[in-house]
Design a protein around this ligand. Sequence first.
Ligand code: FAD
Length: 307
Amino acid sequence: MSLGLPSRLPGTPSIGALIREPAPTFSFEFFPPKTHEGERLLWQAIRELESLKPSFVSITYGAGGTTRDTTVAVTERVATETTLLPMAHLTAVNHSVAELRNVIGRLAGAGVRNVLAVRGDPPGDPMGEWVRHPDGVHYAEDLVRLIKESGDFSVGVAAFPYKHPRSADVESDTRDFVRKCRAGADFAITQMFFEADDYLRLRDRVAATGCDAPIVAGVMPVTRMATIERSQQLSGAPFPQALLRRFERVADDEAAIRELGIETCAQMCARLLDEGVPGIHFITLNRSTATREVWQRLAPAEVATAA
Ligand SMILES: Cc1cc2nc3c(=O)[nH]c(=O)nc-3n(C[C@H](O)[C@H](O)[C@H](O)COP(=O)(O)OP(=O)(O)OC[C@H]3O[C@@H](n4cnc5c(N)ncnc54)[C@H](O)[C@@H]3O)c2cc1C
C-alpha cells in the first residue's frame, strides 16, 4: 500500500545509487542524544565532520524503539540545517505497522528518502526472546517491504560478517540476508568488524548466491579497552585474538591504546579500499576526533575522491 508520498524530492540523492557509483562512499553514524549535554556533543561532532564532506550520515533508532521522536527530529534537522545527506535508521521492535507507517510518513514529510531498515533487539536484553508486536512485522525483510511500498525510498539493511548472533550458522544467515535484498533492499551496512578478511568472506558468500547488493563496511576504531568489550556485545563474536593480544600489551597506556586503535582501523580501511569496498561507514559514537584521525591516515587520493 502506498502512503501517497511524492516521488523522491528533487535534489535528494538515493544512497543506494551513490553506493553503486565507482568511487567509494564515506559516511558517519550518530545516535540520538538523551540529554542536553549529549545534544551539544552530537551537534559539535556533526559540525566538525561536516567539513569532511561525507557521502551521507545516519542516525540510529534507539534500542527497543525508544527514540522515535528524537531520531526523526535529528534526521530532519540534519536535512534542513546542514549540507549533509541524512539516513534514518528504523527498527520494527515494539511498533505496530500503523506506527511504522506514521514514522515513515514523518520522515518523508521532512524530505528524508533514505532509510536503514533493521529489526531491532528486545529492550533490556538484546539476546532475549524477540516478540513481534501483535500488529507489527517479524523480520527486517518485512520492514523493507513496508518502506518500499510506502514511497520512493532507498532502503538499506544490516549485514553481519560474523553472522547474526541469533543465526544458527553462516549458511542460514546468508540465506536470510539475501531475502532482505530480494525484498527490495538497495544496499547493506555491516556490523562493526576488525579484520578485513571477515568482511571479504561475507562479501564472497553473498556474491556466491548471485546477490549483487553492495555491502558497505561498518567500522569503529578502538579507542579504549572498553570498546573491545562493547564490540563483542554488539557483534556477538569474540574480538580477533591476535589483535586482542596487541591491545593487551598496551592496556595500561591510554594513549597507546588509542594510537593502536586508530592505526589498525586505518590499515584495515586501506585494505578494504584496495579490495574495492563500495563504502566505509564510521560508527562515531557522536565524537569526531577518532573518525577524523582515521580519515586523515587514509591515502589522500581516496579522501580526495570522497570529498
Ligand atoms: C549497520 C547496523 C545498524 C543498526 N542500527 C540499529 C539501530 O539504529 N537501532 C537498533 O535498535 N538496532 C540497530 N542495529 C542492530 C539490529 O537491530 C540487531 O542486530 C537485530 O538483532 C537484527 O536486525 P536485522 O535487521 O539484521 O534483523 P533480521 O534481518 O530480521 O534478522 C534477525 C535474525 O532473524 C533471522 N531471519 C531473518 N529473516 C528470517 C526469515 N525470513 N526466516 C527465518 N529467520 C530469519 C536472521 O538470520 C537473524 O538471525 C543495527 C545493526 C547494524 C549492523
